[in-house]
Design a protein around this ligand. Structure first.
Ligand SMILES: CC(C)(COP(=O)(O)OP(=O)(O)OC[C@H]1O[C@@H](n2cnc3c(N)ncnc32)[C@H](O)[C@@H]1OP(=O)(O)O)[C@@H](O)C(=O)NCCC(=O)NCCS
Length: 306
C-alpha cells in the first residue's frame, strides 16, 4: 500500500506539471483487479482494472457499451503506459468478452507521450472532458427567444435530445438502442420536474435548439473531484440545434445565455464531454472557450485492445 501511496503522490505531481487545472490523482478503487509491470530501469508501475455492467434501460447505455473494463493507471512519474496496456490486454484474455463491450482509460489530455501508447494499443480518443472557466460575459447579439424549459416542453426537449443522440451515434460514443426514446423520456421527465437548468431557443415561436445542463459539485468524496478542480460547476450535458438550423449562430447564442445563467448560479466554470471525431462539436466547443482536460481513450469491442 505504501508504494501505491507513493505512486499516487508522484502521479499527482505529474498531473500538476502537465496541466494546472487537473485535480490531484485519486486512490485506486479497492475492488478492481490489480495489474503490475516492471520497466527496463527497474521502476514498478501498477493499474487497477474495474469491470462494470450497466442495466438494460439505464441512461448510461445510451453513451456507453453494456459492459466496460476501465483501467485506472498508477504510473507515477514513469512512462509506463505501454507496459500497463500490455498487462491490461493479457488480463482480458482470462475474461469472457462479448460484442457490446469496451476498454476505457481516462487520462490527462496534455500527456502526449501516453497518447502514443494508447494509439499503439488500438485505443481511440473517443471523448474529451473539456472545461471553460468563468469569464466576463461576452456580448452576443440576440435574435432568438431563449427561455427555461418546463415539464410542458417534454416532447420538444425529447425530440431535440434524440436528434443529438442520433447525430453523435455516427461521430461519437452514443448508441441509438431500441429503448432510447423511452429511456430519454423517463430521464428528461425527471429533470424537467426537478427544474434542472434546461433552456430552449425559439425562432418565430418554434423551438430550434436545446441546452440541457446541471449543477455538479466537485468536493472531496464526490465523483467529480477525480476530474475537476474544487467548486461548483455547470455541466453541459446535451446541446442540440435542429438539423436544418445548424451553422447559423443559434448554438453560440444559446450557449452565451446558458453560460451567463450557470455563472449566476454560482459556478466557477462549465464542463462537458464532446467527441473529437464530431466535425461540428470539435470546432464549436473550442470556439465557445472550452479546452480538453481529460481524454477518454476507448476501444470497442474490448477484445480489440492490442
Ligand atoms: C454543435 C452544434 C450544437 C453547434 O450549434 P450551431 O448553431 O450549429 O453552431 P453556430 O452556428 O452557433 O456556430 C458557432 C461556431 O461553430 C463553428 N461551426 C458551426 N457549424 C459549423 C460547420 N458546419 N462547420 C464548421 N464549423 C462550424 C463555427 O466556427 C462557428 O463559429 P463562427 O461562426 O464564429 O466561425 C450544432 O451544430 C448541433 O446541434 N450539432 C449536432 C449535435 C451535436 O453535435 N451536438 C453537440 C454534441 S457535444
Amino acid at each position: 500500500m505504501t508504494s501505491a501511496r507513493g505512486l499516487v503522490a508522484a502521479q499527482s505531481a505529474r498531473f500538476a506539471s502537465l496541466d494546472p487545472l487537473l485535480p490531484p490523482a485519486t486512490e485506486p478503487p479497492m475492488d478492481g483487479h490489480v495489474i503490475t509491470a516492471a520497466l527496463a530501469d527497474g521502476t514498478r508501475v501498477a493499474g487497477v482494472v474495474s469491470h462494470q455492467s450497466f442495466e438494460p434501460h439505464s441512461t448510461t447505455r445510451l453513451w456507453s457499451t453494456a459492459e466496460v473494463w476501465e483501467m485506472l493507471p498508477l504510473v507515477g512519474e514513469a512512462q509506463g503506459m505501454d507496459a500497463l496496456l500490455t498487462r491490461f490486454r493479457r488480463h482480458l484474455d482470462s475474461q469472457e468478452v462479448g460484442d457490446d463491450t469496451a476498454c476505457v482509460v481516462h487520462w490527462p489530455s496534455r500527456d502526449s507521450k501516453a497518447a502514443r501508447a494508447f494509439l499503439d494499443h488500438g485505443l481511440v480518443p473517443l471523448s474529451v472532458l473539456a472545461v471553460r472557466l468563468k469569464t466576463p460575459a461576452q456580448h452576443v447579439s440576440r435574435t432568438l427567444t431563449i427561455r427555461r424549459a418546463t415539464p410542458h416542453d417534454l416532447e420538444t426537449v425529447l425530440e431535440l435530445s434524440l436528434a443529438e443522440l442520433e447525430y453523435s451515434s455516427y461521430v461519437g460514443s452514443t448508441i441509438v438502442r431500441p429503448e432510447a426514446a423511452s429511456t430519454k423520456r423517463r430521464a428528461l421527465t425527471e429533470r424537467l420536474k426537478n427544474a434542472s437548468p434546461i433552456w430552449l431557443a425559439e425562432r418565430d415561436g418554434i423551438a430550434v435548439a436545446l441546452a440541457e445542463c446541471a449543477i455538479v459539485s466537485s468536493e472531496p468524496g464526490t465523483m467529480a473531484a477525480a476530474r475537476l478542480p474544487r467548486g461548483r460547476w455547470g455541466y453541459v450535458n446535451c446541446v442540440s440545434v435542429l438539423p436544418g438550423a445548424r451553422g447559423n449562430g443559434i448554438g453560440q447564442q444559446l450557449l452565451a445565455h446558458a453560460h451567463q445563467e450557470l455563472h449566476r448560479m454560482g459556478t466557477v466554470g462549465t464542463y462537458l464531454y464532446y467527441n473529437p471525431p464530431n466535425p461540428l462539436s470539435s470546432v464549436f466547443w473550442p470556439r465557445q472557450g472550452y479546452r480538453p482536460l481529460w481524454t477518454v481513450w476507448e476501444v470497442r469491442p474490448a477484445s480489440a485492445l492490442r
